[in-house]
Design a protein around this ligand. Structure first.
Ligand code: ACO
Length: 399
């Protein structure tokens, strides 16, 4: 607790909780996490079952609507998403105006924000039909914007969506198609991406979701709210850990260097990136699922020498008292960067690959916010630490 304001005439006491470590900012029925038991559920369904048996678009429907679709609802949903994948040509011109080396996350966040100007009706957030249309547009267009940001950095022409393909196949086509011929991605790669998208679709009140809710609480349109989520994800403390894992593995270089590296970690020289989690203290359920996807991807792309280092590092750490006593286990980022590299993504794209599926979670949480009659504009209190009631002396007399 802290006193609000300095001096005698202060309005009272407030809870001081930087980063909301112990303060619930909202009530939510979207995602459940039990960090001690390693449980992650979307709308009550365990992540393991969804990753094994569902598709990203079905999971997106579940997050958004709160229940699984009937066959008819599913067909309509997939049809709607598929036929909103194109973006306005003027938005393409906007993307083309970026520097050749523009970071794809910077391009993504500004183009998502720019979408609001193409759909001015989106400001009418109290109309359920309007809300639905923007949700569909955002989920549909994120892969297009993400893929075009990637092609831009490579100096390659943008590839238009291929609506005969599934959500992840189409994304791979827009990323990697090199000729006029139809691009047919390896189904094992499309499936691995599908699993990664499901794992990243939501994670309750993380930094970017909190940003979407805070900005959304001003009743702004969903494009502007989601662009604030992309901005939050851009930060290295949120979306950047898998890139750090990759750099660490490259630095270690060969398996024989692992014991010395582990000793350095134990001495406190550095952290073992991709290990440990603020919420999951026994295991990260997403890490277990991702390990299966690793095998599928490397079957197609051939084994990467970094995988051998990662596996050996994990084996040694899991048997070491330092990591056991501190409950440090691999998190989702330990293997995701390896998969992305095997798929030939440059590290700057890793966070884009996070933002695309997380859009479904952001929107589910945004819809919940808009429907919540008790929701107030996000406006936390502060504990004021500055001066009070100073006498202002004009510049002419001060200098
Ligand atoms: N390597 C070595 N030691 C570690 C690691 C690690 N990766 N993580 C925690 N520790 C140690 C700490 O030094 C501390 O040791 P001490 O008790 O001797 O001081 C102890 O374990 C407890 O750690 P905390 O920092 O209290 O744990 P916290 O919950 O605050 O941190 C975090 C969690 C930030 C994820 C941390 O484990 C970490 O930095 N991991 C590496 C980065 C990483 O992989 N981030 C991705 C997280 S997943 C995601 O964002 C999608």
């Amino acid at each position: 607790f802290g006193k609000i304001g300095k001096g005698e005439d202060t309005p009272g006491l407030a809870v001081y909780d930087p980063g909301f470590l112990n303060t619930a900012s909202t009530r939510s029925a979207v995602t459940f996490i039990d960090g001690d038991k390693g449980i992650l559920e979307y709308r009550g369904y365990p992540i393991e079952q969804l990753a094994e048996n569902s598709t990203f678009l079905e999971v997106a429907y579940l997050l958004i609507h709160g229940e699984l679709p009937t066959q008819e609802q599913h067909e309509k949903w997939v049809h709607e998403i598929t036929f909103h994948t194109f973006v306005h040509e003027n938005l393409k011109s906007q993307l083309q105006g970026f520097r050749y080396d523009a970071h794809p996350m910077g391009m993504l966040l500004s183009s998502v924000g720019a979408l609001s100007t193409f759909y001015p009706e989106a400001r009418n957030i109290h109309d359920p039909k309007v809300r639905h249309d923007q949700v569909v547009r955002l989920i549909a267009k994120m892969p297009t914007l993400g893929a075009w940001s990637f092609r831009h950095a490579q100096g390659k022409p943008y590839v238009y969506p291929d609506n005969d393909l599934s959500y992840t196949e189409n994304f791979l086509s827009m990323l990697f198609k090199m000729s006029e011929q139809k691009y047919n991605p390896d189904p094992r790669l499309a499936k691995a991406l599908e699993v990664l998208f499901i794992l990243h679709a939501d994670h309750e009140q993380n930094c970017s979701t909190n940003a979407v809710r805070a900005v959304g609480s001003s009743q702004v349109d969903p494009y502007s709210a989601v662009s604030s989520g992309v901005a939050a994800l851009y930060g290295p403390l949120h979306g950047g850990a898998n890139e750090a894992v990759l750099k660490m593995l490259k630095r270690i270089g060969t398996p024989d260097k692992i014991p010395a590296f582990i000793e350095g970690v134990k001495k406190g020289d550095e952290k073992l990136m991709g290990f440990g989690h603020r919420v999951y203290k026994n295991f990260d359920p997403r890490a277990t699922i991702i390990k299966k996807a690793v095998d599928d991807v490397f079957e197609v792309t051939g084994v990467n020498p970094l995988l051998e280092i990662a596996q050996e590092l994990e084996r040694i750490a899991l048997e070491d008292e330092y990591f056991i006593s501190r409950k440090l286990y691999p998190n989702v980022d330990f293997y995701s960067g390896l998969i992305y590299e095997a798929l030939k993504f440059p590290p700057e794209m890793f966070t884009v690959l996070f933002a695309i599926p997380r859009t479904a979670g952001w929107l589910a949480q945004w819809l919940e916010l808009v429907d919540d009659k008790e929701q107030k504009i996000a406006r936390p209190k502060q504990i004021y630490t500055g001066d009070r009631q100073l006498e202002f002396v004009p510049a002419a007399k001060r200098w």
